[in-house]
Write a protein that binds this ligand. Sequence first.
Ligand SMILES: Nc1nc2c(ncn2[C@@H]2O[C@H](COP(=O)(O)OP(=O)(O)OP(=O)(O)O)[C@@H](O)[C@H]2O)c(=O)[nH]1
Length: 771
Amino acid sequence: MSQLSQPSDSFVSVHLIDENKQFATDLDTYVDKSYAVKDADGDGLNYHIVSVFGSQSTGKSTLLNKLFGTKFDIMDETKRQQTTKGIWFSHANYIASTDETTSFKKNNDRNIYVLDVEGVDGRERADDKDFERKSALFALATSEILIVNIFEHQVGLYQGANMELLKTVMEVNLSLFHKQHEKCLLLFVVRDFTGLTPLSNLGQSLESDMQRIWSDLNKPDECKDSKLDDFFDLEFASISHKVFKPEEFEYDIKLLGDNFSNEKLFNANKYHKKIPVDAWALYSQQLWEQIDNNQDLDLPTQQILVSKFKCNEIMNGIYTDVFLPEFAAEEGKGKEAITRLKELRAKCINDYDLHASRYKKPVFLEIKQDLVNKIDAKLEVFQTSILKELVDEIVSEIEPKFLKSKKDSKLSVKEIIEELKKDVIDNFETLSKNLLLVDSLDENPRYASILQKQREYLTETVEGVANKLRQKESRKLINRITKSFQIEFKDDLIEEFTQPNDNSWDVVTVKFDKLREKLLDKYKTGTFFDFKFGLTAEQNDILYSKIQQRLWNQFDSIVHDYFNNDNVSRILRNVFEDSFKYDNRGMPFVPETISQLDSRFNLAKNKTLQLLPILSKITLTDGKSLIKPQFKLDNDDDQDNDDENYNSGESDVDDSESRNRFTILLSPKEQAKVMQRFKKESDALYLDAKRAMIASKTSIPFYIWIIILVLGWNEFMAVLGNPILCVIILVGIGGFIVTYKMPMLSAALSMTGSSFKQHIPTSNQSHIKQS
Ligand SMILES: Nc1nc2c(ncn2[C@@H]2O[C@H](COP(=O)(O)OP(=O)(O)OP(=O)(O)O)[C@@H](O)[C@H]2O)c(=O)[nH]1
């Protein structure tokens, strides 16, 4: 619908709203191109909008063309027909100026856009008040300065088209701006000025007309008491007759131009609507649509809507075209992408600030937050994974560092763990700083929260690792104590049961108690135990109970291992042999008669068999039986998972069955077996002893001597021939005769036999100790 007028070397005009009330479709392109010529600040606000009002054919287009170098159509004087229909829009190509050096035309530093509004009271549209009102509304909503074109001879005539026009302007102004007092400049340009009445007088007359119209207006309640100058500033200018005073006419326009180019009329942007130029086309179109549809105009809302539209457009453009492609290219690179993504985030936000900050601040900030949220939603996953990676890395170093510290330092496990925990947190705080995608956590609470979550995850994980280390150390301690106990207790047990007696189990239990006390003594602090692992009092108690339980289990295990059939039989045999072969002084016992041997045998046997109950059951002399206590342990005793766990072969199930079997070392059946075996062994020993005794008392028959003499005659002669051999043999014979006569021969033979047989029990005993 728009129509570009014939351009020459500059910007043409746009038919902004045509006679059918259709809005131009290519306004944004026009604004964009024309604005690019001057944009000193880059804030999109370097422009002014000026509208012209007035009766039809009062020279409005002529004035604008001369003042701003626009190309609006001018009426052909011969036809006297209305030329401006609807509203035309044009960029000012220059501003007329009195400055000779610029050839009377000055290029302002700012963009000026001009709206040439169809004149009222047009012959063709005389009754079309609707459009007049709508165009006034549109001009007021968009323009800073409204030029009201009026002939001098009409000033003071409170009637006619001019007054109607001014009334319309004021009415619509009230409907638009009653909520917010947005001011606008009414610039009265008195045409065909003769100079007979000074401009100031004409101005006063116009101002009083305005006041009168204002006071006659039906004002909304909110602004009943408001004054004209709450809404309007008034300025006056005069232009001489175009035909009769052509030179003055030109000069007056230049004078007026000076007031535009020096910005005086714009009054330091006092009337600027602050719509960024790139949103102006959209804003003005939406305004017109609302005006044309007779909807109530709510400019602030309208401006916010436009701001929202533009800010969203900018935000989506940045997110989709800049952020997403680069993020996709970087996100898989892990730590290497941090710098790039940090820059990308900052760049996107800066770009948005640059382009969107010109819009309504609340909207700009709200949509900026949307952009930041969208970007951060993507970056959050990345940021979290990077920080989690750091946490895992730091945590993985704890155990090696712990083992090294344990080896190198003299600190306790508790102190090492505490030191490591502190180091780990410090490390995380230092290293995480370089991994963050933002510089300030205060300004980016989302990142502060991501960091905090990872900090909590770290603390939790470190505590988990510390607990595992403590458990590991606890298990190591249990195993160490168990091993020490094993060695010492086994020795004590074997020693005690080499020569068992009725008190033996009392002695063993006392040794057991002392040994436990000794092994745990260094962990005792007052009445409590602290194993220096940084455990709580309850955990220390549980560890203490575990150790106690382990030691009791070891006691159980060692005792039951040791008191098997073989060892009990060996103990009995040793005791029997000692009693049978040695007297009370420990001297070898040599029976002289068989009855002596028999009574010795019975004595030793009875004494030995009295020991079997002691070796079959743990029995205390006070008649009480030894009770294996039950310890209260925690549920997560995971010693089965520990490779370093000492495998004692014991059952951890401390049920009633195991407690019952605790004191029983040999069952009745096993005892019977042991008895049987002992009987055999003791009988064999008795027979050996008896045989040796009989053998020592038997004499050599006479015929044996004759055989020896006959068979050994030659050797006998050889001995007689050798004095040394002869002497040795004589001494030997003498010794034998003495021994035999004493009588000591049987004892000597018995001793020789015994000492030979003693090799077997001695070697067996040493074997028991080793097992
Ligand atoms: N008397 C007089 N005539 C003028 C002046 N300026 C322009 N004209 C003549 O007035 C006629 C109308 O001029 P336009 O500039 O087309 O007037 P307009 O107000 O834009 O007309 P519409 O757009 O149709 O409302 C033309 O023939 C001009 O030559 C002036 O200052 N005084």
